[in-house]
Design a protein around this ligand. Structure first.
Ligand code: HPA
Length: 288
């Protein structure tokens, strides 16, 4: 194996830059066109084991400009293959803003998925349950999000607009696709999977929230809090992809200051949630 290909850290990738990354990925799987792009979050990478008929498995470190996962619990591999007959492009682990990447780097994999042909974007994450009715191990369908980082200007769409993907001012009124949500509900009911619903807030991290942070988030209507997902969803919606988002509730948010949240707890809950999450995604894929 040679040295790692280039890993630039720009605030903006041009269409040519993005297409060069897409070409590097496509070289591993000639003729493969993904229909669905899927990101598996913290502790949830094992969901990818369901992908049968793997066409290519590519470490992120072999792809030029592809941000690596530096966080324990993220395998850092791109899998191209078929799952219940659907051509899928699965990211086992993701990059987060708190790791030092630019927003453009976080949006890059989603734009590459789109350029390779993906129409659907399924995104998962581990999140803290702010809604007091949620328990660790629950899955939550993301109905909407609050873009804490984006409201302050940290957007993957910052810079010249790439018209090849979408408009300068993309609407976010229906960021999460209603038909996909209905499919997910139907699959959950059929398979007996408990599926909560709610609003996800994307915060910067890496520090977990203080009790006062969490009481504030609860007051403004948040059900689950995490450090990812929203920039990727914004990128996907801008490019016209249809989005399904699911949070795995890994811990109860510490609203009263009486508990301690740890990354170990998040990963352990991920292991518990993996079979249900895999069954849910598989059921939706089978109905696309
Ligand atoms: N807060 C923020 N991000 C998280 C949490 C949390 O409690 N759990 C998992 N990711």
């Amino acid at each position: 194996m040679g040295a790692r290909p280039q890993l630039r850290k720009p605030y903006f990738f041009s269409l040519e830059d993005i297409d060069a990354v897409a070409a590097a990925v496509a070289a591993h799987a000639p003729g493969f066109t993904p229909r669905v792009g899927l990101i598996l979050g913290s502790g949830l990478g094992a969901v990818a084991e369901a992908a049968t008929d793997v066409v290519a498995e590519i470490p992120y470190t072999d792809i030029p400009d592809w941000p690596e996962s530096t966080v324990w619990g993220h395998a850092g591999k791109l899998i191209l293959g078929h799952w219940v007959g659907q051509p899928v492009m699965i990211m086992q682990g993701r990059a987060h803003y708190y790791e030092g990447y630019t927003m453009a780097q976080i949006g890059l994999p989603v734009r590459v998925m789109r350029r390779l042909g993906a129409e659907f974007f399924f995104v998962t994450n581990a999140a803290g349950g702010v809604n007091p009715e949620f328990n660790p191990g629950d899955l939550m369908l993301i109905r909407d999000h609050i873009n804490f980082m984006g409201l302050a200007g940290h957007s993957p769409l910052r810079g010249p607009n790439l018209d090849a993907f979408g408009p300068r001012f993309p609407d976010m009124g229906r960021a999460y696709d209603r038909q996909l949500m209905a499919l997910a509900r139907a699959v959950a009911a059929e398979k007996g999977i408990v599926l909560r619903e709610g609003v996800y807030v994307g915060v910067g991290g890496p520090q977990f929230e203080t009790p006062a942070d969490l009481r504030f988030l609860h007051t403004i209507g948040v059900d689950a809090v995490g450090m990812s997902t929203v920039p990727e969803v914004v990128t996907a919606v801008h490019s016209g992809m249809r989005v399904l988002g699911v949070s795995g509730i890994s811990n109860r948010a510490n609203l009263d200051g009486e508990t301690i949240t740890s990354h170990e707890e998040v990963l352990e809950a991920g292991r518990v949630m993996t079979p249900n999450l895999a069954a849910l995604i598989e059921g939706v894929l089978a109905r696309l």
